[in-house]
Ligand binder design. Structure first.
Ligand code: PEP
Length: 260
């Protein structure tokens, strides 16, 4: 039976591209994905380019995502609050490993961000994943479970699902390293997350929620992930900055999913 979960390919542009470069990249992707059906494409530019990219995407099916938010408004210099993103973006990346490890975001803050996103109608792309050391010590399941539980405990799972919330399994050791996770291994971890969601919420919600893989995805390896039954797409960093590469990832996803 075909999966009801529409595959989702999101490009995380991180701290790259000026406003004009972001416009050119968005226009290139828009043009490149014309005629490719059955894949939801999300562009996540730096916050300074959100308005420009939003205008580029008007009238198209591609979606806009922010890379972060702050849970409250007020005296928080440099931050962008959920209410400011509402109406502009459909998605927001939360809990990315760079936020956890470079900026010291802990599980409690990520939980508050998830709640703030949902309160303002934004669909989180909630990132979880273990470090290399945790992986080598066999702690993947423990770490990923803790991150999922901490972010979602007490969160209305139906609301998360209805807004189109996504979880991204991103092993930290695979991000930006050119060393992706083995497809079946990522599939097993994602299956474990789905099992956890069934207990946290319900089997119905767990089977409807989309869970992506992220970490050194490119056009040559996307099929290995999209062939896996539990994997519903990819969060793409470096390869999302190159129009042809990103478009090829979307095209390959549509091809593989069409066969699945
Ligand atoms: C990311 O930053 O979420 C990511 C997956 O990066 P990359 O694709 O470059 O590994």
């Amino acid at each position: 039976m075909a999966s009801p979960r529409t595959p989702i390919i999101a490009g995380n542009w991180k701290c790259h591209k000026t406003v004009e470069e972001a416009r050119a990249l968005a226009e290139g992707v828009l043009h490149g994905v014309e005629g490719i059906d059955g894949v939801e494409v999300v562009l996540c530019p730096p916050s300074v380019s959100l308005t420009t990219v939003s205008k580029c995407l008007e009238g198209h099916s591609l979606r806009l995502g922010a890379q972060n938010l702050y849970p409250t408004e007020g005296a928080y210099t440099g931050e962008v609050a959920a209410r400011m993103l509402a109406g502009l973006c459909r998605y927001v990346i939360l809990g990315h490993s760079e936020r956890r490890h470079i900026f010291g975001e802990d599980d409690a803050l990520i939980h508050a961000k998830v709640e703030a996103a949902l309160a303002h109608g934004l669909a989180p792309i909630l990132c979880v994943g273990e470090t290399l050391e945790e992986n080598e010590r066999g702690r993947t399941e423990e770490v990923v479970s803790r991150q999922v539980r901490a972010a979602l405990e007490g969160v209305d799972g139906r609301h998360f699902m209805e807004l189109g919330g996504v979880i991204a399994y991103e092993p930290v050791w695979a991000i930006g390293t050119g060393r992706p996770c083995y497809g079946p291994t990522a599939n097993a971890v994602i299956g474990m997350i789905r099992h956890l969601l069934a207990g946290l919420y319900s089997p119905e919600i767990a089977s409807a929620l989309r869970i992506q893989y992220g970490g050194s995805v490119n056009a040559a390896n996307i099929a290995e992930f999209m062939e896996q039954p539990e994997i519903d797409g990819a969060l793409v960093g470096g390869a999302s900055l190159r129009v042809e590469e990103f478009v090829a990832i979307v095209r390959r996803t549509a091809e593989v999913r069409g066969l699945r």
